[in-house]
Design a protein around this ligand. Structure first.
Ligand SMILES: Nc1ncnc2c1ncn2[C@@H]1O[C@H](COP(=O)(O)OP(=O)(O)OP(=O)(O)O)[C@@H](O)[C@H]1O
Length: 321
């Protein structure tokens, strides 16, 4: 069954489309990464799918219900972890969760059991009576995820769940999210601009400037690129560019460390290059395609370069594109 389905979804802020005709299918039980630079429209998409923002046009269903005409049914079946913390810092972890349990309409006994289960699952039991203001950023994130799970959602939405976390804490959050999927089979839909996180996904969509650029499993997306990256340094890289073109029909680009080219089968091509170029090869490495390459292939920019830069372009307006 499909957990999330969108057809021709649009969101306009004024005359500018933040989401520009999105079609999406997320299978039930999948961990789905919605990947894109700052300002791509990821938060806007989550806002529509979680019924917080009415689509300007198009249609979306979550857990089998239309987000516009059956918003209450959708809300009963989803959990949300927002990008910015929405915890009450003066309340304890338990009190924050109890408050959410009330909002979910759980009865007293049910709420107590659900809160205890969530604290246990996110390994927060020993800190349940601590005011949240004493929590580290990582603990707060875990508590937010616990809160998102309180109503036993079928679909959990997380907007950049690990932004601002150090590597160790990020790994801990992912450990819990991976466990969630395995133990409860819920659908996890999260946005990120970190490619490393996409490796946790069953499926990834790359989203840029309001449009879906590509979608598939990490392996499928890499196989579409289908080429190994060869980094090469020779005694004369300028001459090597011409020789690669003349003798092998290959286009090489200059990099700070030498030359980079893409070939179908790096392992068999490299020995031919080394003997056929007629130049001394100082170093050569072959790297299979990465999600960075996938992103670069589809958007023309490296995702690491497109973070704050994309935001500043966006702030200049669509007319400049
Ligand atoms: N309330 C708003 N009013 C006007 N424009 C907005 C509003 N919210 C977002 N935008 C614009 O819509 C575009 C998409 O923003 P959105 O926050 O959805 O992107 P994002 O991919 O989630 O970015 P980030 O990674 O920075 O959170 C951006 O150009 C942003 O400036």
């Amino acid at each position: 069954m499909t957990a999330i389905r969108a057809e021709g979804l649009y969101a306009y802020y004024g005359t500018t489309p933040a989401v520009n005709g999105l079609d999406l299918n997320v299978p039930e039980g999948a961990t789905f990464g919605f990947l894109g630079p700052n300002g791509a429209g990821k938060t806007t998409t989550i806002s529509m799918l979680t019924t917080l923002l009415r689509p300007t046009a198009g249609h979306a269903e979550v857990a089998g219900f239309d987000v516009t005409t059956h918003a209450a049914e959708v809300r009963r079946r989803i959990g949300i972890v927002f990008q910015e913390s929405t915890l009450d810092l003066e309340l304890t972890a338990t009190e924050n969760l109890r408050f959410q349990a009330d909002l979910c309409g759980l009865g007293r006994a049910e709420a107590r059991a659900a809160v205890a289960a969530m604290l246990d699952m996110m390994e927060l039991t020993g800190r349940d009576r601590t005011p949240v203001r004493h929590f580290s950023t990582g603990l707060r994130r875990r508590l937010e995820i616990a809160r998102g799970l309180l109503g036993s959602p079928r679909v959990l939405f997380l907007d950049e769940p690990t932004t601002g976390l150090d590597t160790q804490t990020r790994a801990a959050v992912w450990h819990h999210l991976d466990r969630l999927r395995e133990e409860q089979g819920i659908t996890v839909f999260f946005t990120t601009h970190q490619l490393e996180e996409a490796e946790h996904c069953d499926r990834i969509a790359i989203f840029d400037r309001g449009k879906l650029v590509t979608e598939g499993s990490p392996a499928e997306l890499k196989s579409v690129i289908g080429a190994d990256v060869v980094d090469l340094r020779t005694e004369d890289d300028r001459l090597a560019v011409d020789l690669l073109s003349d003798r092998f029909g290959l286009t090489a680009e200059s990099t700070p460390g030498g030359l980079r080219l893409r070939v179908q089968d790096g392992a068999s091509m490299v020995p031919r290059l080394c003997t056929g170029l007629g130049l001394t090869v100082r170093s050569v490495t072959v790297t299979p395609p990465s999600l960075d390459d996938v992103y670069l292939h589809h958007t023309g920019t490296a995702i690491r370069d497109s973070g704050s830069g994309a935001r500043s372009l966006d702030s200049l307006g669509e007319g400049l594109r």
